[in-house]
Design a protein around this ligand. Sequence first.
Ligand code: NIG
Ligand code: FE
Length: 383
Amino acid sequence: MSILVDNVGELVTNDEGDGLLGVRTDMAVAIEGDRIAWVGPKAQAPAADQRIDARGQAVLPGFVDSHAHLVFAGDRAAEFGARMAGKPYTGGGIRTTVAATRAAGDDELLRNAGRLVAEARRQGTTTIEIKSGYGLTVADEARSLRLARELSGETTFLGAHVVPAGTDPGEYVDLVRGEMLAACAPYAKWVDVFCDRGAFDEEQTRAILTAGKQLGLGLRVHANQLVEGPGVRLAVELGAASADHCTHLSSADVDALADSETVATLLPGAEFSTRSPYPDARRLIEAGVTVALATDCNPGSSYTSSMPFCIALAVRDMRMTPAEAVHAATVGGARALRRDDIGHLRVGARADLTVLDAPSYLHLAYRPGVPLVSKVLHNGVLS
Ligand code: NIG
Ligand code: FE
């Protein structure tokens, strides 16, 4: 089955073309099966079984959301309301979602996560990472990852989200890096730890990440969200694919990231929804750090599935240019997942494309809150 996406006014290739985004105009893209087969001027477009007319509008690689927590039950709207009335965010509400998640059946959890994946897809996301972290028992974490696996190949074991209520922290760390990790590893590609005030410290984080690495999992770290701390430094030292949040960074943290293969994944939805100061993306980019943007979609600190919303926040409040933000939301996310088959539109890439109802990628930040995604192709299939 071949498809021609024709009459593309502005094509963001993240490959050859103008500027950071490799922008080309008056283009067409041919797809064979689930791959990009041809990219070129529309006047030279090959024949195909099906034609999608982009009507002179912009086409981008599908967004890569490399950080989301989608397996949970219930919501925390009341906590959000209290926060907007002045109560600070501490991460303590995670335990509320843990109780609701444990009480829910598999069907309810899968339905809720599936609803969020579909919501993200409608907004142009074609790859979404999904973490566990609201089970916090061996059975509930393994179940969360088994369900996540039905929706994404990018699954992350986050048993070390917080220490469950009434549990000794030392015993919990031993459980996470022992029996829980062993039960979860078959369903997970990654292991993550919330290394921050009120969650896990340097020694505990190191122990859990090292155990995960020994089982062949890639590493990610929730680092420096609430306070400056050891998270970013550890992520770099242990070769993590990504240090996520990066809100409170020392100069040494920025230098360490710049000299490493570790991506800084910024999650402006969390700062928006916790009314906190945003990370300084400009400082990271100028130091040479690879930056990704992701939603952090979760019921506590960032209940948005919208990459366009995060792009708009990044441009307005994190001093990124629109091109940098779109780059971070596509190639940046792909790098944070150590993938080179997504995030760009080179021949051979996965056929993941977003057709906008706007003439340029600039409109994603220029027209915040407006549903500009008109069509999404995922693995060569219109969804
Ligand atoms: O990435 N910071 C830790 N975990 C999530 C929040 C989870 C929650 O509040 O339920 C985050 O922001
Ligand atoms: Fe998170």
